[in-house]
Each structure stands twice: as structure tokens, then as C-alpha cells.
Design a binder for this molecule. Structure first.
Ligand SMILES: Nc1ncnc2c1ncn2[C@@H]1O[C@H](COP(=O)(O)OP(=O)(O)O)[C@@H](O)[C@H]1O
Ligand SMILES: [Mg+2]
Length: 314
């Protein structure tokens, strides 16, 4: 597995020129992101140099790319509760968690997955699939087969085995995280056919997380948050998140600090930006962070205007 872009080191202070780099390369206009740690893009054709054959995706590869639900998590109880209610009360649900990189899609999906009601209902048949390492339709099928632990026997392809299993199974939940990776591959038609086939099997519910404003294929997705995706964090939850991220035992920033409010307004409620900047607040006063943010903001706005592009906005 070869990471193309490892993204920023969220905990390092870095030099001033790149101080906010991890929080900045986000373009919500077309939901492009170039520099996000958890969402780093990976090439998928893993080759063994000795055999120069693509390496099989294993269940461990999937597990190693599956993060824990983050402990600091504010302002999302309404969307999490909505999804849990739908999943527990309905036999089949298709939920899309959409929005720009860093808005909190994966975190919401993980919190839904770890809720006891969901764990009870799906009883070991809830599969988190980190699609950033499954970059085309064939590898995506392989990932699904591996996640469930199915054996592909001779005479039947992996997709046939997968669909047969799903048709005969009790309720299953797939969480297809970072689905934009296979979706944006040159096998989009196959990926579309695959997701439509999976969603049409009765006991299968699907949560897809994906950058952008639309879910994949001809599926009636229930979009969490709003029609355009997850909204930014409101000021109250943004303050709580910032203070939790920046607190280090004996020192913590007060939620009613007036500079904090100004700084957070600049962050536009983007959890990733809040988390990255709060890390720096352990070492630097808020005034300095505000000043540095403004300097960088001016520079990047000028660069963008120079390039004739729209200024970055979360
Ligand atoms: N509601 C939240 N409260 C606090 N931090 C959050 C929240 N949602 C996301 N984060 C943090 O923001 C960062 C990006 O979140 P993530 O879920 O990976 O975004 P996405 O999947 O949309 O790219 C992570 O470090 C995560 O811990
Ligand atoms: Mg994500």
C-alpha cells in the first residue's frame, strides 16, 4: 500500500509558512481536498515486487484502516440519533453522509456504528469498509468479501458469492467510508452497478460517506443533515470541541473567551480545522493564532485571486 499523500501531522507545530496547511487545502465549492490525514488517498493495486502481481486485500488491511470513533465529538447528536432511529426501526435503509473533506462524515458514521442499538440489531454483521484503499470495482468486491470472511470457491466469482451470501443472510449493515475513491475511478459504471445490486438485496442496509452533495447510483439515499450534506458545527459545539482538543490537564481555554469566538468564526464550523488549530493552542496564545490565521488567510486569498480561482472556503 503506497500512500500518495500522508496529509499534515496534526500534532506537530510545523513552521509558520505551513502552519495551517492541514486545515487549509479544502475547497467546499467542489468538495476537493488535498491534504487530510485520515482521508489520504492510497493507491490500490498493491504489488508484491517479487511476483509483480496485485496483492490480495485482506481483512487485516481493512481493519488497519478503520479508525476508532473519536472521543471528542460535539454537535452531531441530532444526525446520529436520526440515523440510529431509522436503522433500528426500518428493515432496510440507505443513508448518505455527504459534504466536504473534514466536515466530520467518518466520525458520524463511526458513532452510529458504535451505538449499542446498532450493535445489537446487526449483531456482528455490521461492516466498516474503508474504501480509500479499494480503488476500483474489483478490489471493492474483494474488500467486501474479505470483511465478511467469505470463501470464494471455484466455479463462482467473488461477486456471485457475495450476493448469494447477502440474499440468505440476516440483516447486514455496510458502512462504505470514503466511497468517492472507487466512485471516481475509471470503473465508475461497474461501481454503480455493484452498489445498486447490493442496495437491492433486502436485508442489506448501507451507509455511504462521500465528498460532494450526491450519493452514488440510482438509489434513494436519505441524506443526513441537509440536502447538501453535513452542516458545519454551530458555535457552541465548535467552542466545546476546541476547548477539549486544546486542554492539557492543568490548562484549558475558557469557552467564553472572546478571541476564541472570533477565531472559531474564521474556522466556519469545520471540525478538522478546529481540531488542527486547537492542537496549536496548547503552545500558543489565541491572539497569536488569530494573527497567524489572518496572515495566512490574506496570503492564500491573494494566491487564489492571482490564479483566478475562488478563495478557499470551508
Ligand atoms: N463533531 C465533531 N466534534 C469534534 N471533532 C470532530 C467532529 N467531527 C469530526 N471531528 C474531527 O475532525 C476531523 C475530521 O473528521 P472526519 O470525520 O475524518 O471528517 P471527514 O470524514 O468528513 O473527512 C477528525 O480529526 C475528527 O476527530
Ligand atoms: Mg472521512
Amino acid at each position: 500500500m503506497e500512500p500518495i499523500d500522508n496529509g499534515p501531522n496534526p500534532t506537530g507545530s510545523g513552521n509558520q509558512a505551513n502552519f495551517f496547511s492541514g486545515a487549509r487545502h479544502v475547497n467546499a465549492v467542489d468538495s476537493n481536498i488535498t491534504n487530510i490525514g485520515r482521508d489520504a488517498h492510497y493507491t490500490c493495486n498493491i504489488t508484491n515486487p517479487r511476483e509483480s502481481k496485485p496483492k490480495e486485500m485482506t481483512a487485516d488491511d481493512l481493519l488497519l484502516q478503520t479508525p476508532q470513533a473519536p472521543a471528542v465529538f460535539t454537535g452531531r447528536s441530532n444526525v446520529v440519533d436520526e440515523a440510529i432511529k431509522m436503522l433500528s426501526e426500518t428493515s432496510q435503509v440507505h443513508i448518505a453522509i455527504l459534504g466536504a473533506g473534514g466536515i466530520g462524515k467518518t466520525s458520524v458514521a463511526l458513532h452510529i456504528m458504535e451505538n449499542p442499538l446498532i450493535e445489537d440489531k446487526f449483531a456482528g454483521r455490521c461492516y466498516f469498509i474503508p474504501c480509500e484503499i479499494l480503488a476500483d470495482a474489483t478490489i471493492l468486491i474483494q474488500g467486501l468479501v474479505q470483511a465478511i470472511g467469505l470463501q470464494v470457491t471455484q466455479g463462482k466469482g467473488p461477486l456471485g458469492v457475495l450476493l448469494d451470501y447477502l440474499k440468505g443472510s440476516q440483516e447486514v449493515l455496510f458502512i462504505l467510508d470514503n466511497f468517492e475513491t472507487p466512485w471516481n475511478s475509471n470503473t465508475q459504471i461497474e461501481v454503480k452497478n455493484l452498489i445498486e445490486k447490493i442496495c437491492s438485496v433486502k436485508p442489506v442496509s448501507v451507509i455511504v460517506t462521500m465528498r460532494g452533495t450526491d450519493g452514488p447510483g440510482q438509489i434513494k439515499w436519505h441524506k443526513l443533515g441537509s440536502q447538501s450534506g453535513l452542516p458545519p458545527l454551530e458555535l457552541g459545539p465548535a467552542k466545546k470541541a476546541f476547548c477539549s482538543f486544546s486542554s492539557d490537564g492543568n490548562y484549558s481555554i475558557k469557552e467564553d473567551d472572546s478571541i476564541l469566538e472570533k477565531l472559531l468564526i474564521q474556522m466556519d464550523g469545520m471540525p478538522l480545522a478546529i481540531m488542527l488549530i486547537a492542537q496549536h493552542a496548547k503552545e500558543l496564545p489565541l491572539n497569536d493564532l488569530m494573527e497567524m490565521w489572518n496572515i495566512e488567510n490574506d496570503c492564500s486569498a491573494q494566491e487564489n485571486w492571482g490564479a483566478g480561482e475562488q478563495a478557499y472556503k470551508y
